[in-house]
Design a protein around this ligand. Structure first.
Ligand SMILES: Cc1cc2nc3c(=O)[nH]c(=O)nc-3n(C[C@H](O)[C@H](O)[C@H](O)COP(=O)(O)O)c2cc1C
Length: 168
């Protein structure tokens, strides 16, 4: 099997935000898709080892922040390569609270979702959320996963669904 075929699947790049109790937290995710528009449902896949996973399960609410091409790459590093378990990712990031969820001021759009279902796989949980609020935040061009690979050129952490071991 040629694992490089997976590089031809298209995605966006997002920060999924939620709460750890009252503290905002979250991580970068590319595995976001719209399932239906009526009702408006969105799915995303989060690794069991990511701190964001139990936080979404407990809070039963999450927010998909669509990232644009002009996003500060340091924010990608902060949310994509560090864990919120023992680190406050939102300390240096501008955000507003909407529908109880942290919404990034640097995003280009957001979708606040209420958890309505989840499915377990061996390594990841697929969360399904019903959109309860959404808005456009800026006119920045939404970043694609391909742009992330070609222009940002950062490696993928092993918890991302698209991670492929280098010797495979
Ligand atoms: C471009 C990119 C896409 C990612 N996509 C996902 C994803 O869809 N699901 C996931 O579980 N982790 C994904 N990750 C990895 C998490 O963002 C990373 O493991 C993060 O450090 C987890 O933080 P947390 O422990 O605070 O939840 C991605 C990382 C990057 C850089």
């Amino acid at each position: 099997m040629n694992l490089k075929a997976f590089y031809n699947l298209s995605y966006g790049v997002y920060i999924v935000s939620t709460l750890d109790g009252e503290r905002p937290t979250g991580c970068v995710a590319n595995s976001v898709m719209q399932i239906t528009s009526e009702p408006p449902l969105i799915a995303l896949s989060i690794n069991h080892d990511n701190f964001t996973n139990p936080c979404i399960a407990k809070t039963k609410r999450f927010c998909i922040n669509v990232l644009g091409e002009k996003i500060n790459p340091l924010i990608l590093g902060l949310f994509g390569f560090r864990s919120g378990k023992d680190f406050d990712k939102f300390k240096t990031v501008e955000y507003e609270v909407k529908q109880d969820m942290p919404v990034l001021s640097e995003g280009c759009a957001y979708f606040t979702c209420e958890l309505v279902g989840k499915t377990e796989t061996a390594t990841h949980t697929v969360f399904i959320g019903k959109v309860i609020d959404a808005d456009v935040v800026s006119s920045d061009t939404p970043m694609t996963y391909s742009y992330y690979q070609r222009v940002i050129k950062a490696k993928m952490p092993k918890n991302a669904p698209t991670y492929i071991k280098e010797n495979k």
